[in-house]
Ligand binder design. Structure first.
Ligand code: B12
Ligand code: SF4
Length: 452
């Protein structure tokens, strides 16, 4: 029987700014393992892997900053026409095109199809440029999947390739059988619960990103998470520990990062036992752990915080988003008092502002500058760090639907202009100067506190 082989590609990011704050194409790596379980061979080209050993032969790779994070190599490129009004430079981050083409040439005739992943919707020019290079080098079917493909399938199709919009990978065998005239069987495996991301496909990486759950039971109006997954899934503690041990040894890395949307849900049965196991197995002695995706302040208790500290968690982000009335109207996941309480609990456990930081959003509809300033003041007064992120309306969220109903968006905007950096330059909400001012306010606050 002829062997079957698929190439996985993590595409370029094209944007005004990007930083490797622990980015790994976890979804694509799950797809890789699922394909292997179906008897398909897989190979990976990750254009965003700063640790790729061939990269320094082609481009200057900036040194790591902290815990395996760092700046991507980049090249300035022409802005898409629709962004010509933007007073900033547009860049392609990741592997130089020359090296990408060389890798593809090396593979020629040896693969049956290429799978390209996607995340943020407004990064699609990078996905399309990646696909164009693949089309020029290989003449096999190309499939685009991931969040962008799922959220914006009609735009994804403009790439001229096949689009896969499901999250349940049970649909993969029939999809491939139809596409490639194969005869793959259905397998009795859950893509998330029974399978691990295929980190063995890398020869060198700087950290491992894992998911212990998928989904979120909250319904925040600005977030798509609850529409992204059907219900919640919790991976077994044994499997998570196995992934941590196996992949950290395989790659000799120290940093383990969790991408979960709601890791504290069901904490008595899920996260606490996981933390206890990490300590019991002494993994905290050789590894550091990070939670860069905001956790739920209200769900934190003293025991969890103590366990986090003992288990050597070094980055803890709290989802704060805003102060003021919007806290309730956007879904009520957190109030000021929850953040204050979480901070107390974390300080009791031994944490400081060096490890704990809150995400604050700016430019939310109906948010005032004072809501943002107050949120900064609350964090500063309780000794937790803060970062200000610009809001972006995600198609399909309640906020987006409301904005369309109120005529504040047409609903047909090109995702490129929904980029959070671009939004203030055309959208009639906060002005770029106001956003700049509030960011300066936050910066000065850190200087006053001696944190900068
Ligand atoms: C990690 C993450 C990030 C990381 C890295 C993103 C990356 N490139 O990896 C970082 C920190 C950079 C990030 C930033 C932001 N993010 Co983010 N992020 C996520 C997050 C939490 C996880 C992504 C993930 O790994 N999912 C898990 C995997 C398993 O899912 P998946 O990739 O979809 O894969 C599945 C399928 O799609 C399929 N699949 C995947 N690829 C392929 C390919 C093929 C060929 C096939 C067949 C199948 C397939 O297989 C998997 C199994 O089902 C998602 C939320 C979520 N839970 O998905 C938000 C999410 C993507 N981010 C979001 C947002 C809003 C942001 C920010 C804009 C937030 C902000 N305001 O600052 C910023 C962007 C700032 C910037 N300019 O950089 C939104 C989407 C926004 C949008 N318009 O696209 C999401 C959906 C979160 C949300 N709750 O609303 N984010
Ligand atoms: S913002 Fe967080 S809590 Fe709210 S729905 Fe999204 S993932 Fe869940």
């Amino acid at each position: 029987m002829k062997r079957k082989k698929i190439l996985l590609v993590n595409p370029w990011i094209e944007d005004f700014a990007a930083y490797d704050f622990w980015l790994k194409p976890v979804g694509l790596l799950y797809v890789g393992s699922y394909l292997k379980a179906l008897g398909v061979e897989v190979e990976l080209i990750d254009l965003m892997n700063r640790y790729d050993t061939e990269l320094p032969n082609y481009v200057h790779v900036p040194k790591d900053k902290f815990y395996g994070t760092g700046k991507f190599p980049y090249k300035e490129i022409k802005k898409p026409e629709i962004l010509s009004f933007m007073p900033r430079k547009y860049k392609r981050y990741g592997m130089p095109e020359e090296l990408f083409r060389k890798r593809l040439k090396d593979l020629k005739n040896d693969i049956d199809a290429v799978f390209v992943t996607s995340t943020l919707t407004y990064w699609y020019p990078g996905y399309f440029d990646t696909i164009n290079v693949i089309k020029q080098e290989l003449s096999v079917p190309i499939v685009l999947g991931g969040f962008f493909a799922r959220n914006q399938p009609h735009i994804a199709k403009k790439s001229g390739v096949y689009v896969f919009t499901k999250t349940d990978l049970r649909y993969l065998p029939s999809f491939l059988n139809q596409l490639l005239d194969w005869n793959l069987p259905q397998i009795d495996k859950d893509w998330f619960l029974d399978i691990s991301p295929a980190y063995e496909l890398y020869s060198k990486i700087g950290y491992i990103v894992l998911l212990t759950t998928v989904g979120c039971p909250y319904r925040c109006t600005y977030c798509i998470a609850h529409r992204n997954w059907e219900g919640m899934k919790f991976k077994s503690i044994e499997k998570i520990i196995d992934e941590i041990e196996r992949f950290s040894q395989m790659h000799g890395i120290k940093d383990i990062v969790f991408f979960d949307d709601a890791i504290l849900i069901n904490k008595e049965k899920h996260f606490k036992p996981l933390l206890r196991k990490i300590v019991e197995k002494n993994l905290n002695k050789k590894l550091t752990f990070h939670l860069p995706n905001g956790i739920h302040a209200r769900l934190l208790d003293q025991e969890t915080a103590n366990l986090l500290y003992e288990a050597n968690f070094k980055t803890i982000k709290l989802g704060y988003e805003t102060s003021g009335k919007l806290q309730l109207t956007t879904g009520g996941k957190v109030r000021d008092e929850d953040i204050v309480k979480a901070s107390e609990i974390l300080h009791n456990a031994g944490y400081t502002h060096r490890e704990v930081s809150a995400y604050i959003m700016v430019n939310l509809p109906e948010q005032s500058i004072d809501d943002v300033r107050n949120a900064v003041d609350v964090c500063a007064s309780i000794d937790i760090d803060f970062s200000i992120n610009e809001f972006t309306p995600i198609v399909g969220t309640d906020i987006w639907i409301d904005l369309v109903n109120k005529g504040k968006l047409t609903g047909l905007e090109d995702p490129i202009i929904l980029n959070n950096t671009v939004l203030p330059y055309w959208w009639n909400n906060m002005k770029p100067e106001e956003i700049h001012e509030v960011k300066e306010y936050a910066k000065n606050k850190k200087i006053q506190l001696g944190w900068k």
